[in-house]
Design a protein around this ligand. Structure first.
Ligand code: ADE
Length: 225
């Protein structure tokens, strides 16, 4: 999979993409993440990518030309499954969306700033708008990192134990059951004995029961699905 991220702050991705699963996925060649600095597509000598809004009002707007030039160049080289704009107005990111995106060959993720991007880009270039939650971030970069992480870990071959993605919270609209590791007894707090029984059937039943209980208590909206 190829993920092209258009941003004015490529350095913001250095932390999230240089560690753990995303790092390993890139090393394995399962995903290629390209950070594209939008300023390189600015059309004036000051490398401006934002300007005042028509109609007045506070806050700058990201200009149409640098973004259009950047996306046009990328589209001349690759076919994209989706051109995604990170925005609080977008569709709420869910595990279902992450699953679907993980089957794609090529995507573009555009990160906005300031008051947002010129509406003409949204109308004519963007094919999908995604929000990571009902709150406003300073820009789309952190949201793009969250989306990328949620998608890349689902690409086959990324996780060592393939079943571990399948038993994630939300994968079947259930939260995950509790998990334990050594020691068995920590200051009198003991691990449930069923987990030491060696009876896989009983252990799976216990995990399902705990997952359902936790989901009912904390996220009854998921049970309604
Ligand atoms: N940009 C700013 N806030 C955002 C959010 N909640 N989701 C996605 N992109 C954003």
């Amino acid at each position: 999979m190829r993920i092209d991220i258009i941003t004015i702050f490529p350095e913001m991705f250095e932390g999230p993409f240089k560690h753990s699963i995303i790092k390993r996925a890139q090393q394995k060649g399962v995903v290629k993440i390209n950070l594209i600095n939008l300023r390189e597509y600015a059309t004036d000598k000051h490398k401006r990518v934002d300007d005042y809004q028509y109609g007045g009002g506070s806050g700058m707007v990201m200009m149409v030309e640098p973004i259009a030039n950047c996306i046009d160049e990328l589209k001349s080289k690759n076919d994209y499954d989706e051109i995604i704009y990170m925005s609080p107005d977008g569709e709420l990111l869910t595990q279902k969306i992450a699953n679907r995106f993980s089957t794609f060959e090529n995507i573009i993720i555009l990160c906005g700033h300031y008051k947002g991007i010129d509406e003409r880009i949204r109308e004519h270039y963007i094919t999908k708008e995604i929000s990571i939650g009902d709150y406003v971030l300073s820009g789309g970069e952190l949201a793009a990192a969250v989306l990328t992480d949620s998608v890349v870990r689902l690409i086959p071959g990324v996780l060592n134990d393939e079943t571990s993605a399948l038993s994630d919270s939300f994968q079947d609209d259930l939260l995950s059951p509790p998990v334990y590791t050594r020691p068995y007894d920590f200051k009198g707090m003991k691990v449930p004995d069923i987990l030491l029984s060696g009876n896989d059937k009983k252990i799976n039943e216990w995990r399902l029961e705990k997952a359902v209980k936790r989901t009912k208590e904390r996220r009854p909206d998921l049970m309604d699905k």
